[in-house]
Design a protein around this ligand. Structure first.
Ligand code: ADP
Ligand code: MG
Length: 908
């Protein structure tokens, strides 16, 4: 027997008052009992399966305002007068029994005025068993085959349950059996108290399907009565003195380690069948009735609480015995409460002590009402109002259901008779309020970590074992009388030991001898048996150790197996993955192969096309060569023909000309002869006639060449061109007059007069930007000693950089500008990276992407000395004073001229 630690049932985790705990409202059902007499006035009407309507009876037809009262009340379900006990049980109590089997607590109570059918609903009558017997029946139908042997579970005195070993339980069973001669459990329903015998017909029997077969169960019942706020144990075995009846001892309420309220020292009877449980209940009922009679009590004013406690613990791994582990014992309970009548004291016409009692009864129901109100308020408005559970025993006992967890259901019983109307209204109001209270839903208990189906496996094993033993000729049984007889027969037979003669001294010694022999044999047998037992014991120990070794080995193998299983599982998934991958790749390869085939076909067709074209090309080439050869032949032929023709014609012409020449020569000769004849006759000798020159082809050809080599014959221009009388610069346009400081100041009269000109010695950007025209003044002594002024004019253009004009010195020399002057000029441009108005000409882009510079105009003003010997005389010109030579050479656009225009090409 395992004993240790105080707590016998596991401490439930303290229920957190967290808001996320699932809650269910209190299930409130309404049952209307049939009216007693048909002509009686009825004030309750069921208008739907969940609503009833109350009509005020005739005497009370109007309220204070004179209005008629018709009030409706809704519940989870309303059961009408025709509802039978089975129907009610199925709907209301069955789920509570199922919960009980699943280790969840439940509370079911009936509420209503006296005579409304509370006891009928809870207990019922023969043939119409109420909720209580039905609950018990269902419970035993469900757990019957899985019940533990009596006394294996044992309630302690702290509301917990202990587990006893099989041996302790057996001893306790034997003790009980020896104490009571009559067997406790009736073998059939018929043997039970006739009052409860036929409460439930067998066809109405029901059971819970989801029972954990790998657990062992035990049912304990207790039955208490709360009267006048005292708790009495109805199952207590206190001897009742009929002569001087003593009031029974009241019990007190205590809180266990799980903060559950329980009646301290209350009798809990272990019951193994519905009948046994009925019997216990009946015993309590009887006691209650006797007390009521003896103590002159009103039965309707007491509350009765019948508690069914279910203890359960899992079977061990073999499925043979209960697991000897206290922490695995679970206990759940279902409280079936038949409350006292809820009517007010005045109605009961009680007097004296009875009035006080009635007041107390009402007080406990009032407390219940107050508690429900406070709970509802706290839950609905989030307040933290104190709930006065402790004010009455009833509420204090059920504190855990409302405060902790469990399923609470209430059946409101209604008697529709008019007499009860006012009380019924109060009951309805209380009931409606109660269903607004929520109770925490019980949580599922964790399943113990042993493989399921242990019980079944063990049973199958036992069956198989007995079958095999039967096959081998049945089990060897030491108690077998045949075996015993054989053993006795094997002993030496006792000699006849009848003493007839007092002097007989043989019989007794013979007997002693035989008995001694027998004793000896017995000792030997005992010794042998002991030896065999020891051998067997050691063998068993050996087997045991072997078995445990095998078990550990098996365990190891199992764990290895599970590891291997895992590996296999992993590999399987890996294989699957790879298979998928390979399938994808195969598909890709397929596609690629198809693509390759297509490309190869394309390639072949293209190659064929290429070959065809090459052949065509070859053909064409050969054709062309042939044509060329033919054409060449034709050309040679034609050329040859034409050459021949030309030669022939030339020869013919030559001949003709020679002939003509000859004719002329002849004529000339004749003329000469004539002239000679004539002169020989005159005084003055005549000059020889000019020899006629025969024109030749060579001379014709040389003629123009000689003309081009000679300077262009200057057209006979007037000495001063009217267009350029003074200077072309003297126009209306704005000029930049650039006179380099290096110029010789010769004070010559041949100075250009340019109005509005900006005179600068070095060109600057400011001046250039203001003008459109630019002139470079250049004066020097000419080679013949005369002063020569050159005005180099340019149109303004945008140039890119100074580098564009690298060749300027050579241009300047061409223009007879001293390189010194040009150098000065360029040095003055130096600071500008980019500048306007390059001095030597227009700058423009060429077609090849380069830049070109073009001089646009040069005016040369030359002053000639009249006495100079090398003075040029112009044909057609007369001698006179100093003559101004205004030379203007305009360069043709795009033309090349060394004197007036110059083009420079620059590669980009
Ligand atoms: P309470 O316990 O509320 O005082 P009881 O259960 O003792 O009331 O019922 C009073 C009487 O009414 C009993 O005789 C009972 O048989 C009868 N009765 C109550 N409810 C029903 C019902 N639903 N059907 C038939 N009879 C009923
Ligand atoms: Mg009753």
């Amino acid at each position: 027997m395992q004993r240790g630690g105080k707590g016998k049932t596991p401490r439930r985790p303290a229920l957190k008052k967290a808001t996320n705990v699932e809650k269910d409202p209190v299930g409130v059902y309404c049952r209307i009992r049939p009216i007693c007499a048909e002509d009686e006035e009825c004030c309750v009407e069921m208008i739907s399966s969940s609503t009833i309507q109350l009509h005020a009876p005739d005497g009370l037809k109007a309220n204070r305002n004179g209005e008629y009262k018709e009030t409706q009340y809704s519940f989870k379900r309303v059961f009408g007068i025709n509802t039978n006990q089975t129907e009610l049980f199925e709907d209301v109590a069955k789920p509570l029994v199922e919960d009980l089997i699943r280790c969840k607590n439940g509370l079911l109570f009936t509420y209503g005025v006296t005579g409304s059918g509370k006891t009928y609903t809870m207990t019922g009558s023969p043939g119409e068993g109420g909720l209580l017997p039905r609950c018990l029946d269902m419970l035993f139908n469900s757990i019957g085959p899985f019940q533990a042997k009596r006394f294996v579970f044992k309630p302690d005195d702290k509301n917990g349950i202990e587990i006893q070993s099989q041996v302790d339980a057996l001893l306790e069973r034997q003790k009980r059996d020896s104490q009571q001669s009559v067997p406790k459990t009736p073998s059939s329903r018929q043997k039970a108290d006739p009052e409860f015998a036929d409460m439930i017909s067998p066809e109405e029997a029901c059971k819970c399907e989801s029972v954990d077969e790998d657990c062992c169960y035990s049912v304990f019942v207790s039955y208490i009565e709360i009267y006048n706020n005292y708790i009495y144990d109805l199952l207590e075995d206190a001897p009742f003195d009929p002569i001087r009846p003593k009031p029974p001892q009241s019990k007190i309420l205590r809180e266990d380690q799980n903060h559950t309220m329980y009646v301290a020292g209350c009798t809990e009877v272990e019951v193994k069948s519905t009948e046994e449980a009925f019997e216990v209940f009946w015993k309590g009922q009887k006691k209650r009735r006797i007390a009521n009679t003896q103590l002159n009590r009103e039965s309707s004013r007491s509350h009765s609480v019948f508690t069914v406690k279910l203890a359960q613990a899992p079977l061990d791994a073999d499925g043979d015995h209960i697991l000897q582990d206290k922490s695995q014992v679970n206990a759940s309970q279902l409280c079936l409460v038949d409350l006292a009548g809820s009517e007010r004291t005045s109605r009961t016409r009680a007097e004296g002590s009875r009035l006080r009692e009635a007041g107390n009864i009402n007080q406990s129901l009032m407390t219940l009402r107050t508690c429900i109100e406070a709970l509802r308020e706290n839950q609905m408005y989030g307040t933290n109002k104190m709930v006065p559970y402790r004010d009455s025993k009833v509420t204090h006992l059920f504190k855990n259901y409302f405060d902790g967890e469990g399923k609470v259901r209430m059946i409101v019983c209604v008697n529709p008779k008019a007499e009860d109307y006012e009380e019924t209204v109060l009951v309805m109001r209380f009931a409606e309020m109660t269903q607004e209270v929520e109770v925490a839903r019980p949580v599922d208990r964790p399943i113990y970590g042993l493989a399921a189906g242990r019980r079944q496996r063990n049973q199958a094993f036992k069956d198989e074992l007995s079958r095999r033993l039967e096959e081998r000729g049945g089990p060897s049984n030491a108690d077998d009388p045949v075996l015993l007889n054989q053993l006795i027969d094997s002993l030496p037979a006792l000699p006849p030991c009848e003493l007839v003669d007092p002097a007989d001294d043989q019989t007794l010694p013979r007997l002693i001898e035989v008995l001694e022999r027998r004793q000896h044999i017995r000792q030997m047998i005992t010794k042998q048996v002991n030896q065999t037992a020891n051998t067997l014991k050691s063998m068993l120990q050996q087997f045991d150790s072997q078995l445990s070794a095998k078990e550990t080995f098996l365990h190891d193998q199992r764990s290895k197996l599970s590891e291997k299983d895992k590996v296999i599982l992993n590999q399987k998934s890996e294989i699957e993955r790879l298979e998928k991958k390979s399938k994808t790749l195969e598909y890709k390869i397929d596609i690629l192969q198809k693509t390759t085939g297509m490309y190869e076909q394309d390639k072949r067709s293209l190659q064929q096309e290429l070959e065809g074209r090459e052949q065509m090309l070859q053909k064409e080439l050969a054709e062309r060569r042939r044509m060329e050869q033919r054409m060449q032949g034709m050309v040679t032929d034609t050329k040859y023909k034409w050459e021949k023709e030309c030669e022939r014609r030339v020869n013919a012409k030559q001949l003709e000309m020679q002939n003509k020449l000859w004719v002329k020569d002849e004529k000339l000769k004749q003329l000469k002869a004539i002239v000679t004849e004539n002169s020989s006759g005159g005084s003055h000798p005549a000059e020889p006639p000019p020899k006629p020159e025969r024109p030749s082809r060579e001379r014709d050809r040389n003629g123009p060449q000689e003309r081009s080599a000679s300077p262009t014959p200057r057209p006979t221009v007037p000495p001063v061109r009217p267009r350029h009388r003074r200077s072309r610069s003297a126009g209306g346009e704005k000029w930049v007059d650039h006179k380099p400081s290096s110029n010789l100041d010769l004070d010559t009269v041949m100075q250009p007069i340019i109005p509005n000109a900006i005179k600068v010695s070095t060109p600057n950007e400011k001046a250039l930007s203001k003008c459109h025209k630019y002139v470079l003044r250049h004066q020097e002594l000419a080679s013949d000693g005369e002063i020569e002024t050159k005005l180099i004019k340019v149109k303004r253009k945008i140039a890119r950089s100074v580098r564009d004009f690298d060749d300027l010195p050579s241009i300047a020399s061409d223009l007879k500008i001293s390189s010194h002057t040009s150098a000065v000029f360029w040095s003055s441009l130096g600071p500008f990276d980019c500048f306007l108005c390059p001095p030597q000409g227009d700058v423009f882009k060429t077609r090849g992407g380069g830049q070109a510079v073009q001089f646009t105009d040069i005016e040369t003003l030359k002053q000639e000395c009249p006495a100079a010997p090398s003075r040029k005389r112009r044909s057609g010109s007369e001698e006179g004073p100093a003559q101004i030579e205004d030379v203007e050479n305009r360069a043709p656009a795009g033309g090349l001229s060394s004197s007036s225009g110059y083009q420079k090409r620059r590669k980009p």
